[in-house]
Design a protein around this ligand. Structure first.
Ligand SMILES: [Zn+2]
Length: 307
């Protein structure tokens, strides 16, 4: 990737940066559920294996002495076969992005997670000299909702492949994990609210940043809306565990985000990191992006064919 600073957005006392932990690929059919390929292929063209390019986006929020990382990408400790299957391309990493801003992982005070799937929690740990996973952000409190934590600890046959214990268990064992279970919302840091919404996973959360003195709002939407192509309400993933709940949540939240002119931040969009929400005359929601062309050109190398 050409050297460049991560896209920046000013939100009251906060400075936000869109951070990329690289790219990966998922099956386009799985990403768009019941939507026919003739429709989604125009927006997200598939490769010869029917996979679409996805970004591993995180949001860095800083103010005074605080640095908060929302989401933690896929990391660099996964086996070669895993990287092959998911087409992981390390065009960028959290460490490189932090370095571009003059920061390092030990500067992070809080890590907030929408959920614990491997493409959101992978970089919570790194391998040490003995090849053991250890916390990547040793000075940070890590925040997750209790329902997501329980789901990750007790996966079923359908979602088992999405949870990788060594992504997050070493963080828990080091005493750095705060599991929030009393309410459907919690405030890990004043001005940042985490809302339990469910849908994609029972413990899926959105993360809302509302400055003290400014009418502006930014929401990291997690896998409620993985990419800009998933803004239209019926465009949901086959991966979603509670599909009808997902549809209902989207309807409710999109209308709210449009009314308050919130900047929404996507976890997996490659074309742009964030957008406002618009609605056309037929009542369909769409993304009004900022910082288009963010990661282009995307891949450094063409993905090799399977042996
Ligand atoms: Zn997910």
């Amino acid at each position: 990737m050409p050297d460049r600073l991560p896209p920046k957005y000013s939100l009251g006392e906060w400075t936000l940066h869109a951070i990329s932990d690289g790219l990966y690929r998922l099956d386009g059919g799985a990403m768009f559920g019941t939507i026919p390929k003739v429709l989604w292929d125009k927006v997200k063209p598939a490769d010869e294996r029917n996979r679409i390019d996805m970004c591993l986006s995180c949001l860095l929020a800083t103010r005074k002495n605080q640095a908060i990382l929302i989401e933690a990408g896929i990391g660099n400790k996964n086996p070669e076969k895993f990287e092959f299957i998911y087409g992981v391309d390390h065009i960028s990493s959290i460490d490189e992005e932090l370095a571009r801003l003059g920061m390092k992982p030990s500067d992070i005070n809080h890590v907030i997670l929408s959920h614990l799937h491997f493409d959101h929690a992978g970089s919570l740990t790194i391998l040490n000299d003995k090849n053991e996973p250890v916390p990547h952000f040793p000075n940070a409190r890590h925040h997750v909702h209790a329902i997501e934590w329980e789901t990750a600890l007790n996966p079923n046959l359908r979602n088992r492949a999405s949870y990788v214990t060594r992504d997050w268990m070493p963080v828990y064992e080091a005493g750095l994990m705060d599991i929030h279970g009393e309410e459907d919302e919690y405030e890990p840091v004043p001005g940042i609210r985490v809302d339990l919404v469910g849908g994609h996973t029972p413990g899926q959360c959105t993360i809302r940043i509302e400055p003290f003195e400014s009418g502006k709002v930014t929401v990291f939407v997690g896998d409620v809306i993985p990419t800009g192509a998933h803004v239209p309400i019926p465009w949901i993933m086959g991966y979603d565990l509670e599909p009808m709940k997902q549809v209902e949540i989207k309807e409710l939240l999109l209308s709210q985000w449009m009314d308050e002119n919130a900047l929404i931040v996507f976890p997996h969009e490659t074309r742009y990191p964030w957008a406002y929400v618009g609605k056309d005359d037929k009542g369909n929601y769409f993304a009004k992006p900022l910082d288009e062309g963010w990661l282009e050109p995307l891949r450094r190398v063409q993905w090799p064919t399977l042996p």
